[in-house]
Design a protein around this ligand. Structure first.
Ligand code: ATP
Length: 351
């Protein structure tokens, strides 16, 4: 069993708290993504699980063993980093084989295991090369194979794709997803890229300033963000957020009036809606947000239209054939059913 349990896991350096009271149960075979902006505590959390960072408070369990005091080498974890960490004077074959040697795995198993791991990441033809004769993507695949060959109970991956160019990132991402399907090994994967999180994760943990903001499946996090931070972080473009006032189910802000909202809380609220849920309409009517067009971007299969609405901007996904002039007055149709409401003061979702 390779479940991982974090109980009130905390990391402090003096008065600074890097990770605060993190509680989580990661299921056996689960692919868990730690997501958040730079400095939110993702890497620190992962390093504590790996045993590379001392725990200030709390407990880490792998299966039914508390591992706080176990040396990293005794935790049966394989790590993949953003910097590949390959040995330059060894061939690809030797690099992949290295963990087997240092762990004293019987020699007669090495060849078979190296071949199997390298085949999984399609490196069969490169085994005799040295790392400097490989592309970045191939090097990262060697790093993956070196983790796979160990057949560990847990994989820890820290931004493994961030040194790759955009195209390679997409193909290597698919490869990691496929590997997870084949190997079914419990994985903690750290990234600040929400697309990576959405595409790879069984569950995502969104963190900010050392504090867990939300835990859920990618769909739950995207469709039902629990607070303003998560709403603003997930999605490209991010959710449109407009500060205003809610009174008896009507939201008002500059150039904005939306009716039929829940009559649960009156006062300052922030209304959110996603670019793909709204539509553009000519003229101005109730239930709309009006404003001049600020920018128009063609994406190929669709376009993104940004309006200057009240104090800020709102972006709406439109047809690829949409055409309009910058500065032209237009409205966004925002039915109550697509709206998310947040308490502006606490940032928490209102239902
Ligand atoms: P990034 O995406 O930039 O790697 P992260 O979310 O992984 O960010 P961490 O590396 O976990 O962030 O760092 C969390 C916070 O802890 C940061 O504010 C960082 O400056 C701080 N921190 C990390 N290591 C130390 C240390 N050894 N001493 C003091 N503060 C530290």
């Amino acid at each position: 069993m390779a479940s991982i349990t974090l109980k009130s896991l905390t990391k402090r350096w003096g008065n600074f708290i890097g990770v605060q009271s993190f509680d989580l149960e990661i299921q056996d075979k689960e692919f868990l993504v730690l997501l958040g902006p730079s400095g939110c505590g993702k890497t620190t959390t992962m390093r504590m699980v790996a045993g590379l960072e001392e725990v200030s408070e709390g407990e880490i369990w792998i299966g039914d063993q508390m591992v706080n005091d176990l040396e990293p080498k005794d935790r049966d974890i394989a790590m993949v980093f953003q910097s590949y960490g390959l040995y330059p004077n060894m061939t690809v074959y030797e690099n992949i084989r290295f963990p087997l040697k240092i762990r004293g795995i019987p020699k007669d198993e090495h060849h078979e295991r190296v071949k199997r791991a390298s085949a999984m990441v399609e490196l069969d033809d490169f085994l005799q090369r040295r790392p400097k004769a490989l592309s970045g993507g191939q090097r990262q695949r060697v790093a993956l194979a070196r983790a796979i060959v160990r057949e560990p109970t847990v994989f820890l991956m820290d931004e493994p794709l961030s040194n790759l160019d955009a195209k390679l990132r997409v193909s290597t991402r698919a490869q990691i997803k496929n590997l997870q399907h084949e190997l079914a090994t419990t994985t903690i994967y750290v990234t600040h890229d929400q697309i990576e999180a959405m595409t790879l994760a069984d569950r995502v943990v969104v963190m900010e300033k050392g504090i867990v903001q939300q835990v859920g499946t990618p769909k739950e996090i995207y469709n039902r963000p629990e607070n303003l931070f998560v709403a603003g972080f997930m999605g490209t473009p991010a959710m449109n957020l407009i500060e205003g006032v809610l009174d008896s189910g009507t939201f008002t802000a500059k150039n904005t009036e939306i009716n039929g909202l829940p009559n649960t809380q009156n006062g300052p609220v922030t209304l959110g809606f996603r670019a793909e849920d709204a539509s553009l309409v000519e003229g101005r009517a109730k239930g709309q947000i009006a404003g001049p067009i600020y920018a128009f971007e063609l994406l190929g299969d669709s376009s993104m239209v940004t309006l200057r609405t009240g104090k800020g901007m709102s972006t709406v996904k439109a047809d690829k054939d949409f055409s309009s002039d910058i500065g032209e007055a237009i409205s966004i149709n925002v039915p109550a059913s697509i709206c998310h409401l947040f308490d502006t003061q606490t940032g928490l979702r209102i239902d």
